[in-house]
Design a protein around this ligand. Structure first.
Ligand code: FEO
Ligand code: CA
Ligand code: CA
Length: 712
């Protein structure tokens, strides 16, 4: 394997380590912006915007009614098709922790709570799978072990049980610098190293058990539903582009059968109990054609060799190998997995379009159709919505698993209601006191027909970014999770950051939905923001919406630009930056995990609770911090169980195999790499935070830990 090349070393875009940039998204920020389209952007359409209140049908006193309209979203946990999340009676009361300095290699939790890993990279899922041994790893072993860099997470209790369930986690990417001894990665072993990395991608499904509600879950080695999905698992392709010539390769002349899933980032659990997962920065795994194409450029696919070099081990990873020109088109989709049936074939849904899907989340509309929302996580890319053709049938999983196979695809266009002259890029509120306005879902495919001139349905679905450019979508600041609220139906959109907005050659300046822009840290959108969107009439199938900015993130004690917390006093909130994954508790509070706080506001990444209703609306309270180098992913909030779950991704990024900068979660000292199943290495892990009162004797506390300094 070629030596690691870190082009972002010393000049990451203010939010993450060079290693994270390199391995996670193929240095996307180091490269030119993919979206060079000149589609109408915000200001061109602002003048034609309808009044937000008129569009929402709101009179002076009607606003509250929207929040409790008949079309109430179905929280996955509340749906009838699978179990709830325990009856422990807890309320998850906590006092916000102080932000944690970015070098602290520790999970920090509030007083009264403790934490334990449930499962770690390398833990065996099956009885015959070898125990983790970082010095003697094989692709065969890894394919039966928990994968690397867990991201999306859900903990699904079995229906009617408080003591059994399943854990589902994505494995977004691999960090070869931390996984492998460089001395071993010679010509004799490089193919095996690549196959280990392929096996460490994908998803895991693992059975859980515990003694009683409110206590710690343990994973079940050899559980009947345990499953690994990797970069070589067989997937079926469905929807309008299945069988398209654009998806055919010499290994698959049907265009309906794909091996593997890649760079699975966030996801969602459907009301029928399946898991959706987004194939995000898939482009970095593929070598494009030598000549390139507008499609390759728009998706960031390069003609040069890839940095992981998978094309040297498996020819399908290069479009320059005859017969594999279309292999890259078979990635970038939303996949659906049934975690209850380990023999089921997972599906790639072409009806939802192809882009760098962060994830997807489903809401059931009042008329029974289902709506899936998805963000395309790249600077200046878009927010999408899919409306199913057919209707949800409670309890009929077989039918419901066809809902994402046929329907209409739209992309969001946002308009502001304040004069453009008041949106100056600094983040200063306009005279009407809010960044807000209306919007339209622009049609891409409706009733089986393309709504984009010059593009067929298949082309719209395979090259969705180009179709959305033509439609005139609004360029956003990296849309990550897009989550419907389980009771109000409002949509929350995490826009993680974009320090390129406003730069002279980037074609998009500040607009009311992305109001911070500039080339200096004082004006750029370094710290991200969160949008709250209300579909017209609170109807999930509506084609217009209202929106407002909920948070302009940052550190109130050292603001780099203007901050906003929906009117809540900034001096009373926890600092927050780079919002990424979203979740809700049973009371309807929003929880936000972050990806990038160390590089912007200087603190370890975190999980924050945000109050949405009442006088404390906009109050941000930090619940936990993850260890040095890590990002907080997949938050799952079981407040009735006094439990919170997070996927701790890329702990110790920036360190090396020989010199790790994190020893989370085992904290084993010394360079004997493995001791009783624990390792002298950081291991991405799923962590449960739970009440120490209900679990006496369990959990980890600070102190008495090995540190990386102990190794010498
Ligand atoms: Fe994989 Fe958009 O974060
Ligand atoms: Ca306004
Ligand atoms: Ca993410």
């Amino acid at each position: 394997m070629s030596p690691t090349f870190l082009p972002m070393l010393g000049h990451t875009r203010g939010n993450r380590s060079a290693a994270t940039c390199h391995f996670k998204c193929g240095n996307a920020c180091a490269k030119d912006v993919c979206n060079t389209s000149t589609n109408n952007y915000f200001r061109d359409i602002a003048d034609t915007a309808l009044s937000r209140r008129a569009l929402l049908g709101l009179g002076g006193v009607a606003a509250a009614a929207v929040a409790i309209g008949v079309d109430v979203a179905q929280a996955p946990e509340a749906a009838a098709d699978f179990g709830g999340f325990g009856q422990g009676g807890g309320k998850l009361r906590f006092t916000a922790i102080a932000p944690v300095e970015r070098t602290v290699d520790e999970v920090t939790v509030p007083a009264g709570y403790t934490w334990e890993p449930i499962i770690r990279w390398g833990d065996p899922l099956f009885r015959k799978t070898p125990d983790f041994d970082i010095e003697n790893q094989t692709a065969r072993a890894q394919a039966g072990q928990f994968g690397y860099n867990n991201d999306y997470l859900n903990i699904l209790a079995d229906k009617g049980s408080t003591r059994s369930g399943v854990l589902v986690a994505n494995h977004e990417y691999t960090n070869e610098d931390l996984m492998f001894d460089p001395a071993w990665m010679d010509d004799d072993h490089v193919d095996e190293a690549r196959r280990i990395a392929m096996a460490a991608h994908g998803l895991s499904v693992v059975e859980l058990r515990r003694k009683k509600a409110g206590t710690k879950w343990e994973y079940v080695r050899g559980g009947a539903r345990n499953r690994r999905i990797t970069a070589t698992t067989v997937f079926a392709v469905d929807g309008p582009a299945a069988g398209s010539d654009l998806l055919k390769t010499k290994d698959d002349p049907t265009g309906k059968k794909v091996l593997g899933t890649l760079n699975n980032c966030a996801g969602g659990t459907t009301p029928w109990g399946t898991v959706l997962s987004g194939e995000e920065n898939f482009n970095q795994y593929f070598q494009g054609t030598a000549t390139g194409s507008p499609e390759d450029s728009r998706y960031g696919i390069s003609a040069g060799p890839t940095e992981r070099g998978w094309e040297l081990t498996d020819p399908r990873f290069s479009a320059q190998n005859a017969g594999y020109e279309n292999e890259v088109n078979r990635f970038g989709w939303i996949i659906e997995v049934d975690p209850q049936d380990p023999s089921s074939t997972p599906v790639k849904h072409t009806a939802l379009g192809r882009f760098k899907h962060e994830g997807a989340n489903v809401r059931v509309a009042a008329d029974g159709r289902v709506v899936s929302y998805s963000g395309d996580d790249e600077r200046f890319d878009y927010v999408y919505k899919f409306i199913s053709r057919d209707k949800y049938k409670p309890g009929n999983k077989k039918h419901n698993m066809t809902l994402l196979s046929a329907g209409d695809l739209y992309v969001a266009q946002f308009s502001g209601d304040s004069p453009a002259s008041e949106i100056d890029g600094s983040g200063t509120l306009p005279a009407d006191g809010a960044f807000d306005g209306t919007g339209t879902w622009l049609p891409l495919v409706v009733d089986g027909e393309s709504k984009v001139a010059g593009m067929s349905v298949e082309e719209v679905l395979v090259y969705t970014r180009l179709a959305a450019d033509k439609a005139g979508a609004t360029k956003m600041d990296r849309p990550e999770d897009v989550e419907p609220h389980p009771t109000t139906g409002k949509l929350y959109i995490a826009l993680t950051n974009n320090t390129d907005r406003g730069k002279a050659n980037k074609k998009a300046g500040a607009d009311e939905a992305n109001p911070r822009a500039g080339t200096t840290s004082a004006t750029s959108n370094r710290d991200g923001h969160v949008i709250e969107l209300t579909e017209t009439g609170n109807d999930a199938t509506a084609l217009t919406f209202g929106w407002n900015i909920l948070l302009l993130c940052g550190d109130p004690k050292a603001p780099a630009s203007k901050l906003y917390f929906s009117g809540y006093p900034a001096e009373k909130v926890s600092p927050i930056a780079c919002p990424d994954n979203l979740a809700f508790d049973s009371k309807g509070n929003l929880w936000i995990s972050t990806d990038g706080q160390p590089g912007t506001i200087g603190y370890c990444d975190a999980l924050h609770k945000v109050t949405l209703e009442g006088p404390d609306r906009g109050r941000v309270e930090q619940f936990l911090a993850v260890p040095a180098g890590a990002e907080t992913c997949g938050p799952v909030i079981h407040d009735r169980d006094d439990s919170v779950f997070v996927a701790v991704q890329h702990p110790g990024d920036g360190g090396t195999y020989a010199e790790p900068t994190s020893l989370f979660p085992d904290y084993v000292a010394g360079r004997n790499r493995v001791r009783r199943g624990q390792a002298y290495a950081p291991r991405p892990s799923v962590v449960q935070v739970f009440s120490s009162r209900a679990n006496s004797g369990a959990g980890r506390s600070r102190g008495a830990r090995a540190t990386t300094a102990d190794a010498s």
